[in-house]
Design a binder for this molecule. Structure first.
Ligand code: ZN
Length: 169
């Protein structure tokens, strides 16, 4: 089932999400819906708060459904190491049609739990490292615009305000 994605301005996007504690059928169903929603957008990552559920659950697939081996469904991710820096364009399904340069670590290793509650570890370089950071930020109520300069952030905010006023947000 494709779920509506909350946009910038929704209070759920600003909450610190709670850890996943129960690994049951309901969690599996939720993640299946998130994957479907992510693919249909299309996007390479989705965090549960973006669909209004404030738990620490994330789906990532850089291949957007082309390569099943790239799909990751992770709960309670934690950064265990990061190195280097990259500066690239970043966007968000909750802030459609906006993107800007965000500095992120070049390489990152995370520890998380899978849908069975088993510990998993992933290392990402480049875009995957960026994706890990972006999605973990979501779980902490942080959006990529928060990582821009105050000037850039204000510009985007004002544009969104205008869109919202016109009923286009
Ligand atoms: Zn996002």
């Amino acid at each position: 089932m494709i779920l509506p994605i909350l946009k910038y301005g929704s209070p759920e996007l600003r909450k610190v999400s709670k850890p996943v504690e129960v690994f049951d059928e309901e969690l599996e169903k939720l993640s299946t819906n998130m994957i479907e929603t992510m693919y249909s957008s299309p996007g390479i990552g989705l965090a549960a708060p973006q669909i209004g559920v404030n738990i620490r659950l994330v789906t990532i697939d850089l291949s957007v459904g082309e390569d099943p081996s790239q799909l990751m469904v992770i709960c309670n991710p934690e950064i265990i190491s990061s190195e280097g820096e990259q500066k690239n364009d970043e966007g968000c399904l909750s802030i459609p049609d906006f993107s800007d340069t965000v500095a992120r670590p070049q390489k990152m290793t995370i520890r998380a739990l899978n849908l069975k509650g088993e510990e998993v570890q992933y290392t990402g370089d480049g875009l995957l490292a960026r994706c890990f950071c972006h999605e973990i930020d979501h779980l902490n109520g942080i959006l990529f615009v928060d990582r821009l300069s105050p000037l850039k952030r204000t510009l985007i905010k004002n544009k969104i305000k205008k869109l919202a006023k016109a009923g286009d947000w």
